[in-house]
Design a protein around this ligand. Structure first.
Ligand SMILES: Cc1ncc(COP(=O)(O)O)c(C=O)c1O
Length: 373
């Protein structure tokens, strides 16, 4: 099986530990274990005593009943039976694609977005058509193009909502049109929904609620600030689909681990308070980014939703890859070159890090840009 290197992951693996001012990441400033336990009102010593006595067996295979219940509450039409815990959203996407696609199938993927959603299916022998996000449409795709691409044989449409790296959101009216088209040809819709906007999360149009063949993939890695737990999930209305995933899941993952499941439940139980903390941070940093771009003659942006990823356009002669390499070497500031998302001339800014790092990183970036032709 041939597979293309994962652009953004390769870049981060190579460079993130060298960064002094990391404004490249896509998580809302990660919580420490102590902060997480504090949200739950747990005394750390007592919590650790409890963990010391926890048997490190496999735990609940599909995720604990509490986990499944807490996740099901995030949807209107999903029964907790149809929630399956996965190893992050990456695990959820993988399980969906691996379970449902065969060589020779046709799918359509939003492009560019999370590379896993198009290059993994390609490696499985699937024909992938790209549904383009257009800068001229404020990083939205056009429905006309989707209508042209879809055929009676289309098996799946893959979406990333909100989208990495632009932070643009596919709204409910557009999604309803996509569902209409998919329903006509009986296609699945997989939506990677890890970047739900903090300010609109309770009205977020989950694909699993909108469509009987919709598969919502999500995790605690971005909006909930605990990527280190490696806990995600798949949610669907369809029992039949959940059973299919169960079958393949047994071959790819046993469980998420007892400690991680416990901490995931703590995160979900304290969801409101974590979202409140994150809402404040994102709003504040969003303003800082907006003001900074307005002061930069060589930078443009289509502002993201209140999600933890943004994409700037660099009006300079140097390639984005060379620019980001030099920037890191000379200033310690880390961005992700747009080419890693097939978006040359751009760069990802992970502006939802702690505010001080963002401000210092942007200041150094501004100084460096002044020296670029
Ligand atoms: C769209 C998207 N999905 C999934 C992931 C990975 O999520 P997880 O940590 O839950 O595996 C990322 C991380 O960058 C992402 O951008």
């Amino acid at each position: 099986m041939e597979i293309k290197g994962f652009g953004v992951e390769e870049w981060l693996n190579e460079n993130e530990k060298a960064a002094q001012f990391d404004i490249s990441q896509s998580t809302i400033s990660s919580l420490t274990l102590g902060e997480l336990l504090n949200f739950d009102g747990q005394d750390s010593t007592e919590a650790f005593t409890k963990y010391l006595n926890t048997k490190l067996n496999y735990g609940w295979i599909e995720g604990s009943p509490e986990f499944k219940q807490l996740v099901a509450q995030l949807y209107k039409r999903v029964n907790s039976k149809n929630i399956l815990q996965t190893n992050g959203a990456t695990g959820g996407n993988f399980l969906t694609l691996f379970s449902l696609l065969n060589p020779g199938d046709h799918i359509i993927s939003l492009y560019p977005s999370y590379q896993q959603l198009y290059d993994l299916p390609k490696s499985l022998g699937v024909k992938v058509d790209e549904w383009d996000l257009e800068e001229d449409l404020n990083w939205q795709p056009s429905l006309d193009q989707l209508q042209r691409l879809i055929t009676p044989k289309t098996k799946m449409i893959c979406l990333n909502n909100a989208q990495n790296p632009t932070g643009s959101l596919l709204g409910k009216p557009l999604l309803e049109q996509v569902v209409k088209l998919a329903r006509k040809v009986d296609a699945y819709i997989l939506a990677d929904e890890v970047y739900q906007p903090v300010d609109k999360i309770d009205q977020f149009p989950n694909i699993a609620d909108l469509y009987e063949k919709g598969i919502s993939v999500n995790s605690l890695s971005k909006t909930y600030s605990v990527p280190g737990l490696r806990i995600g999930w798949i949610a669907t209305q369809s029992e039949k689909l959940a059973d299919t995933f169960r079958k393949y899941r047994d071959y790819t993952m046993i469980s998420g681990g007892v400690i991680n499941d416990t901490l995931a439940c703590i995160t979900l139980r304290n969801r409101k308070a974590i979202l409140q903390r994150n809402g404040k941070l994102v709003k504040n940093n969003h303003e800082i980014l907006k003001r900074w771009v307005a002061s930069q003659p060589k930078v443009e942006i289509i502002m993201p939703e209140q999600v933890s990823t943004a994409c700037i356009k660099l009006n300079i002669k140097m390639s984005d890859e060379d620019f980001c390499e030099q920037l890191l070497k000379k200033t310690g500031v880390l961005l992700v070159p747009g080419s890693r998302f097939d978006m040359p001339g751009h760069a990802r800014v992970g502006y939802c890090t702690d505010t001080k790092t963002l401000e210092m990183g942007l200041q150094k970036l501004a100084d460096f840009l002044k020296k670029c032709a």
